[in-house]
Design a protein around this ligand. Sequence first.
Ligand SMILES: [Zn+2]
Ligand SMILES: [Zn+2]
Length: 300
Amino acid sequence: MDTRTPTGFDLPPLASRGLGVRFFGVRGSIPVPGAGTLVYGGNTACVEIRVNGRLFIVDAGSGLAALGNALIDGPERSIDILLSHLHQDHIVGLPFFGPLYDPDRNIKIYAGNLGGRTPETALRTMFSPPLFPIELDHKAKHLEFIGFRAGETLRFDDGASVRTVPLRHPGGATGYRFDSGGQAVAYVSDFEHAGPAPEKEMIDFVRGCELVIYDATFTVEDYMACKGWGHSTVEAGLALCAAAGAKRLAAFHHNPEYDDAKLAEVDAMLEKASPGSFCAREGQVMHFDEIALPASQPSA
Ligand SMILES: [Zn+2]
Ligand SMILES: [Zn+2]
């Protein structure tokens, strides 16, 4: 089976300093290719985040196949995939992630919503007949599964660290925050807000972020019929960013029933309510350069 899909697209590479974000999949629940989703994209959750060039992949939805194509000839030998949780729209791209089949890569897959258990058992089930014809090699040294508890800070061998937070969602999910040079990008999906006012824990988590990638599956009108499903609204995302002094909301995990025309309306509303905020688009690339920190003053 060819694990390099022909549906990949070329995006400009991310800079080697500061924070970089490339959106490979922005949709929730199920991929929705077609004429109505050409602008915002139909692939499910997958975002590449670079911290001073250091690669993180957040979620492994159907967008992961194209990201795998982008990485296949790249220099990265170590690839960390941080899963928000294991619902299918967040892992369905894994079997089609080319680097997974390259024994010269070290691939680590993290999950924080399983009470500290690793995602190995669930993912091995996914990679087994009759669900998928290729099994993961039990002895493969290049593949590791790591469990942690959402809320812990992940610390990596190269000194990198990533903050995490538990998210309200059926079965739990994990939010991630990437900091560099006084700037930060947070990924908060999948998540349902608790009520009209943002919660302190979430405000603290996204405080001062340049960008908050947020589960905005519903508009507030559509949410009323879907309360308790584990997803949030564009409006709750805006309220969270305002309370936390976060600069931009990236509405994410788009409702598969929202076509380009609907998302364009949401996009216009976002720009008006919070200039710089937007509906994330598949193929969108963003950079945040480091803020120059003041030189340290000699102590008195
Ligand atoms: Zn989802
Ligand atoms: Zn989910």
